[in-house]
Design a protein around this ligand. Structure first.
Ligand code: ADP
Ligand code: MG
Length: 330
């Protein structure tokens, strides 16, 4: 059946029936506004992301369920990057009337499964017809104890620069897809169904281990530059230390130019954070507890926002920041 033969209100009602309201939800989907509460002493964290067909995704390359998963995961990642706990989700969805209902169901399944996995409740949204592309707007609300949220501006000289997981896998998958190739499952999974590092972010906040943090959405260099600029410090990283998956390593051994993707590729959704050296052991213990690799890739120095890289040969060069910018082509 087509969406236009089913209708907006039936769709909203179907979504509503699938949602189980979690703690803190006094009124969820179905009224003019959601009525929610936060644990005592917590501050509200909110973040929103747009996903536009043919800008952020292509139906030819991704299935609708993975798309729903990703729409939520990228938002969860923003709350994780503040050291918070994600709680409430809002879904704005616009698609053409001719859209197959099964595609919508698959999409909302991806959204709801990923939300549920993190104890996040879908509490509202908006649904309308699009004259062409799918447009998805996801807003997430989370919370953190007052004064515990981790900003981009807390890095200090002497801090170690750390990153979770591996870098460049998502960008490599996209690069292969754009070249008409089929990426290995390890890579395509990282692109289509990224994992937000929610537990790591929350625990880094709770244990006050990270002084500054960001999630890597635009690429390591670009997102590290945000920390450096916000904190007014310089960063020094070593190419040899960048954590790479075995699939990434194999591709970049055959085609060394691909190594750049670990620095400049986007959509890793790993956490990038800075830590006082005396806390490095506690961070390693946290990584072991979560079964997640955490790698120290460099150090923060005095300065005003510059980033430099020591390459494999030992030469140090400044890194020009060029992450993905929606409006700049160069
Ligand atoms: P309004 O006219 O006030 O926008 P709607 O009829 O659009 O109300 O929405 C009714 C209820 O359904 C509201 O609680 C709204 O938040 C919720 N809702 C609408 N679309 C979605 C969606 N895509 N996902 C989740 N909740 C939705
Ligand atoms: Mg509405």
């Amino acid at each position: 059946m087509k969406l236009q033969d089913f209708g907006e209100f039936k769709l909203i009602d179907r979504i509503r029936q699938q949602v189980v309201n979690g703690a803190g939800v006094h009124r969820g989907i179905g009224d003019d506004a959601a009525v929610l509460s936060l644990p005592d002493g917590h501050h509200l964290l909110t973040s929103t992301d747009l996903l536009i067909e043919d800008v952020h995704f292509r139906h030819a390359w991704t299935d609708c369920e993975a798309l729903g998963h990703k729409a939520v995961a990228v938002n969860l990642s923003d709350i994780a990057a503040m050291g918070g706990t994600p709680r409430y989700l809002y879904l704005g969805l616009a698609c053409p009337g001719e859209t197959d209902l099964d595609d919508i169901y698959a999409f909302t399944k991806g959204v709801l499964d990923e939300a549920e996995r993190h104890n996040v409740t879908l509490v509202g949204g908006d649904t309308c017809r699009s004259p062409g592309p799918w447009m998805i707007s996801v807003t997430i609300e989370g919370s953190a104890p007052a004064a515990q949220a981790i900003g981009r501006d807390g890095a200090q000289p002497g801090d170690l620069i750390m990153v979770s997981g591996t870098l460049g896998d998502s960008a490599l998958a996209l690069h292969l897809l754009q070249g008409g190739k089929t990426p290995e499952a390890e890579l395509s999974g990282r692109h289509h169904q990224p994992t937000a590092q929610v537990a790591l972010g929350r625990l880094l906040g709770e244990q006050r281990l990270a002084k500054s943090m960001i999630d890597i959405s635009d690429g390591l260099a670009s997102d590290l530059a945000h920390i450096l600029q916000a904190s007014q410090v310089d960063g020094f990283i070593e190419e040899d230390k960048l954590p790479l998956s075995s699939a990434f390593q194999q591709h970049s051994d055959t085609e060394p130019g691909l190594r750049e993707l670990a620095l400049y590729g986007g959509e890793d959704y790993q956490l990038l954070f800075t830590v006082a050296p005396e806390k490095a052991k506690a961070v390693a213990a946290l990584g072991a507890e979560l079964k997640l690799s955490i790698t120290s890739i460099g150090v923060i120095c005095e300065g005003s926002g510059a980033l430099s890289l020591q390459d494999k040969a030992g030469a140090v060069r400044p890194i020009l920041v060029r992450g993905y910018d929606h409006f700049c082509r160069s």
